[in-house]
Ligand binder design. Structure first.
Ligand SMILES: [Zn+2]
Length: 248
């Protein structure tokens, strides 16, 4: 039973297990620190899903990013030749991957154990969790990529926007850390810019000054912009750029 219990952790966190399975996992968690950590990490991820398109980076990931930026600044000028500032993947990351795999297996029904999915809410949540874990894995891949390039700009009113991009991963991460909320109940909105125009990458909730956004295909854009918009964001920028990071 023990080997199966390990693979049940993802479904357990989502409450997609039977009472018998839950009892088995509960028993197993008492003795297995690795699975306890995995449960904690999965719960952290599911909690962040409530935030929709925007998520505040998990504390450890944010620390990695901040140390990556600090390290790269020390080797300024920032260039494609900058060394990879993120440590090699450790055991924790491998466990994260196996947790994500467990969730995907549970969602696809391919796991050896048969999960009785009680309702649509659980199914939707499982898909959301799988997507969030994929985003998290890609974010780590970008930040750990040997071709990582970091660029940044000051935000009008204080703070910085930092863009980490990798052609190898064909993705980038936009990190906004503004010093204050915009005046007049407005919000920050992020844009990717190409010669064809600006594409919204999401508006922050009112009152939020920091966010991290993974953008697939970011290296195809010519820049990243930040504007101040009415709550909920705008289809196109309605104010001058508060910050602009050229990507070419
Ligand atoms: Zn275990």
């Amino acid at each position: 039973m023990t080997a199966d219990v390990h693979t049940m952790v993802g479904a357990y966190v989502l409450d997609a297990v039977t009472d018998l399975e839950r009892a088995a996992v509960d028993r197993h968690l008492r003795d297995c620190e690795a699975c306890r950590t995995e449960v904690d990490e999965l719960r952290e991820t599911t909690a962040r899903l409530a935030d929709g398109a925007w998520s505040v980076p998990p504390p450890r990931l944010r620390d990695n990013v901040l140390s990556a930026i600090t390290t790269t600044r020390q080797t300024a000028p920032i260039s494609p030749a900058a060394p990879s500032p993120v440590p090699a993947p450790g055991r924790s990351r491998l466990r994260l991957v196996s947790a994500a795999a467990a969730v995907v297996l549970a969602a696809s029904g391919a796991a050896t154990a048969v999960y009785v999915i009680q309702d649509q809410r659980v199914r939707t949540e499982q898909a959301n969790v799988a997507a969030a874990r994929a985003d998290e894995a890609l974010t780590r891949a970008v930040l750990g990529s040997p071709d990582l390039v970091l660029r940044e700009d000051d935000v009008t009113g204080g703070g910085r926007v930092t863009v980490a991009s990798s052609e190898l991963q064909n993705a980038g991460v936009i990190m906004l850390a503004a010093a204050s909320t915009p005046a007049g109940d407005k919000v920050y909105q992020l844009w990717t810019i190409t010669p064809a125009g600006a594409t919204s990458q999401g508006a922050l909730p009112p009152g939020q000054t920091a966010a991290m956004k993974l953008v697939r295909g970011l290296p195809q854009s010519t820049g990243v912009g930040v504007t101040v918009e009415p709550p909920g964001g705008s289809p196109q920028p309605t104010s001058p750029l508060s910050a602009e990071v050229p990507l070419i």
